[in-house]
Design a protein around this ligand. Structure first.
Ligand code: PNS
Length: 168
């Protein structure tokens, strides 16, 4: 029997506990999950693609059936190369669906691949990579939002927090 592969794509800048929740859910539905770390042309990135890929790979090192690859080109091409059965994306709410639906339609147009939308743990629905970056930028605590090694890397990328008014 051929194994059914799901691709979980994203920019993962950085990977959060919400992303890991979706990968685990995808793994419960498919035999293998390939996390594809790409770059969203509409977003500027804090961490470079290699670092984002390595951080995700360390975060799922204990999960059999998951591998992490860098995606330099089109998601549709990667899905074709892998013979993927589906793309899996997490939805936190309606805004996510509005952003994801055009991409799902385009990927089906390009590669005939379906996108499966999965709702994540509501306890994690406030977490996004952009919020994590914003909290970390001002020296806030991101320990409950991302794995520990990711928090270290994000804080390193920003450097020490700037002194606040009154602390100089
Ligand atoms: O986490 P994001 O930023 O929503 O991820 C978006 C990503 C990287 C999955 C998307 O931009 C993508 O698939 N990029 C690869 C290039 C591509 O296939 N573009 C057409 C998308 S329909």
């Amino acid at each position: 029997m051929t194994s059914r592969i799901a691709v979980c794509p994203g920019s993962f800048d950085p990977v959060t506990l919400g992303h890991l929740d979706i990968v685990r859910r995808a793994l419960s539905l498919f035999d293998e999950v390939v996390v594809a770390v790409g770059s969203n042309a509409a977003k500027s990135q804090l961490l470079d693609a290699r670092v984002r890929t390595d951080l995700f790979a360390s975060a799922v090192a204990d999960l059999a059936g998951v591998r992490v690859v860098q995606m330099p080109g089109l998601l549709a091409d990667l899905c074709r190369e892998l013979g993927a059965s589906a793309i899996v994306k997490g939805l936190r709410g309606g805004a996510d669906f509005d952003a994801e639906q055009p991409m799902a339609l385009m990927n089906r147009h390009l590669a005939g691949v379906e996108t499966v939308f999965v709702t994540g743990d509501p306890a994690l629905s406030h977490i996004s990579s952009s919020m994590v970056r914003d909290v970390a930028r001002y020296g806030g605590d991101i320990c409950d939002l991302v794995p520990e090694h990711v928090a270290d890397a994000v804080h390193r990328a920003f450097g020490p927090p700037a002194p606040t008014e009154g602390s100089r």
